[in-house]
Every structure is written in structure tokens, then in C-alpha cells.
Design a protein around this ligand. Structure first.
Ligand code: UTP
Length: 284
């Protein structure tokens, strides 16, 4: 069965980005001229996803508005003859079928995913995309396509991995990958000396019915949050085969201030290299 649905849990508090995220979602922060969430939706749609299930929370209304039609704006653009802008604005609304589910409290990414459980068929696998990570694989298979390729070849759940600098292991969940590209274990934010590899987990996955089932049976951690990573660990411990896909391309963590700055410069250079280089030159 082809994967047609993506769950985007974006109900987190975005504490790394305060004060910008006090009253607006971090997923609406612009990467040059486009909000982060639109990149993530477009990447999913390009990979054949038709239904986008967004798990939202308080202060996330702007996300729904972004993918809805905006009559006043469209009317004004039409009246002023701004046909290109009008076309662009309208195209966003028609990217996919959007479904919104509220997570009543930020009880963890796993809890957020479970909020969509009733929208997923019993035998259905889905893509899960967190609201932070952008991957640019210029001209090649995009991140969601890369994940789905592995799922279609193996029928197994898949976690996206990135080769990171060993000094940075404390910021990541680190995966131990064997020769068959199966993940044997996860270690959460280890010291570089204790890290089983230099492969950090990125917030993009394919989850199968088995994972969703285990997630539903998993208890929250000591901090009260239920995490997808804990369900993966339980699945592996029961002998389940979780594939790891080392990403092709460049990743940007837009949930981090400098990460968003890097992403902005990267995508701005792609859109208008000459003008952006002029701006950057002004700083040196
Ligand atoms: P993060 O761990 O990045 O948390 O969540 P966060 O709140 O977004 O950001 P920081 O670390 O406080 O700055 C991973 C993904 O899971 C979602 C987040 O929105 C993000 O896309 N999430 C997290 C939820 O949907 N609900 C939660 O309760 C927690």
C-alpha cells in the first residue's frame, strides 16, 4: 500500500526560539520568504503524499490560516492586477488535503502523533515529519522520497539519520546502525566518548502500524512526555527491524536560531544569489 498520509506534529512550545515563539508558531518563521512549514508540506506532496495531518496546539492558528484561502488578500491582489502573487497565494491552499487535530497539552511528540491515530487505517503506514528539519538535496530525491524508497524496498519503519560532527552528539539521539542498515539501539544525547556512532536522528520517519501500536502502549517518561524514540526502542527490544536511512543532502535545523539563519541564507542564495551576496558583503 502506497503511503499517502503524513503526520506533522507541530504542537511543541518551541522554547529554543523564545521570544519569537511566545505568540507565534516557530513553523511560521520565514526562511527568506516562505514559512518553514510550507517547505515541509511541499516536500511531502512532491513525494506523493495527499493528506497532511497537522497536529496543532495553542498559538498555532497561523498555520491553519496559511493553508486556508484568504478572500480579502485574493480580492485585493486580483483588483491590483498582481496575477503572479495571486496564483502563488492560491496554489498554497490547493497543495494537499489538510486536516488539523489539536493536541490539548504538549505531552510529547509521541503523544502528538497518537492524536492522529483514528485517522490512520489499521494496516496503513505513514510519514511523520517534525516541524524543524529542512533537507535540500539539490536535484536529487527529496527527504520524504528517500524515506519512502527505503520503506517500499523493505516494508519496515524508517528513521532518517545524519552524519554529524562527533563533538555534537550531546544534541542528538544517536543511532547504532548494523551492516543491513537496521538500527540496533538509540542513545539519547550521549557524550561524544559514549556515542555508539556519529549518526544523529533527524525528525523525519516512516512509521508502520506496529510502531503506532507500541506507541499507544508506551508510558510517558519521567518528565511526563511520550516520545516516538521510546516506542522505537521498545520495538527494537522486541526484535523489530527499524531501518536507518542516512540522508542525502544538506540538513538545516530551523528550530535553532543559528540553524534558521543558515537555512535562510542557503535558500535566499538559491532564489537571488546576486542580491543576497551583495547584502552579505556589507557585513565584511
Ligand atoms: P521538539 O523536541 O523540537 O520540541 O519537538 P519543540 O517544543 O518543538 O521545540 P523546543 O525544543 O522546545 O525549542 C519535536 C517535534 O514534535 C512536536 C514539535 O512541534 C516538533 O515538531 N511536538 C513536541 C508536539 O507536536 N507536541 C509536543 O508535545 C511536543
Amino acid at each position: 500500500m502506497k503511503i499517502k498520509k503524513a503526520i506533522l506534529p507541530v504542537a511543541g512550545l518551541g522554547t529554543r526560539f523564545l521570544p519569537a515563539t511566545k505568540a507565534q508558531p516557530k513553523e511560521m518563521l520565514p526562511v527568506f520568504d516562505t514559512p518553514v512549514i510550507e517547505f515541509i508540506v511541499r516536500e511531502a506532496v512532491e513525494a506523493g503524499i495527499e493528506d497532511i495531518i497537522i497536529i496543532t496546539g495553542r498559538e498555532k492558528r497561523a498555520l491553519e490560516n496559511h493553508f486556508d484561502s484568504n478572500f480579502e488578500l485574493e480580492f485585493a491582489l486580483e483588483g491590483r492586477g498582481k496575477t503572479e502573487a495571486l496564483k502563488m497565494v492560491r496554489s498554497i491552499t490547493h497543495l494537499a488535503n489538510f486536516v488539523y487535530v489539536r493536541q490539548p497539552e504538549p505531552l510529547g511528540d509521541g503523544h502528538a502523533i497518537l492524536c492522529a491515530k483514528d485517522l490512520i487505517g489499521e494496516n496503513e503506514s505513514v510519514v511523520v515529519l517534525f516541524g524543524d528539519d529542512l533537507v535540500d538535496n539539490e536535484g536529487g530525491r527529496n527527504a520524504v522520497q528517500q524515506l519512502i524508497d527505503v520503506y517500499e524496498a523493505t516494508g519496515k519503519p524508517v528513521a532518517f539519520l545524519e552524519k554529524i560532527d562527533r563533538s555534537q552528539t550531546k544534541k542528538y539521539g544517536i543511532a547504532k546502525l548494523n551492516d543491513s542498515n537496521s538500527i540496533e539501539a538509540f542513545v539519547e544525547k550521549p557524550d561524544p566518548k559514549d556515542a555508539p556512532s556519529d549518526l544523529g536522528v533527524v525528525g523525519k520517519y516512516v512509521i508502520t502500524p506496529a510502531i503506532l501500536q507500541i506507541l499507544a502502549q508506551t508510558s510517558p517518561g519521567q518528565d511526563g512526555e511520550l516520545r516516538l524514540a521510546d516506542a522505537f526502542t521498545a520495538y527494537i527490544n522486541r526484535g523489530g527491524d527499524l531501518k536507518g536511512k542516512v540522508l542525502e543532502g544538506t540538513r538545516f535545523d530551523t528550530g535553532d536560531k543559528l540553524g534558521l539563519l543558515r537555512a535562510t541564507i542557503h535558500y535566499a542564495l538559491k532564489k537571488d544569489e546576486k542580491a543576497v551576496k551583495e547584502v552579505l558583503k556589507g557585513f565584511y
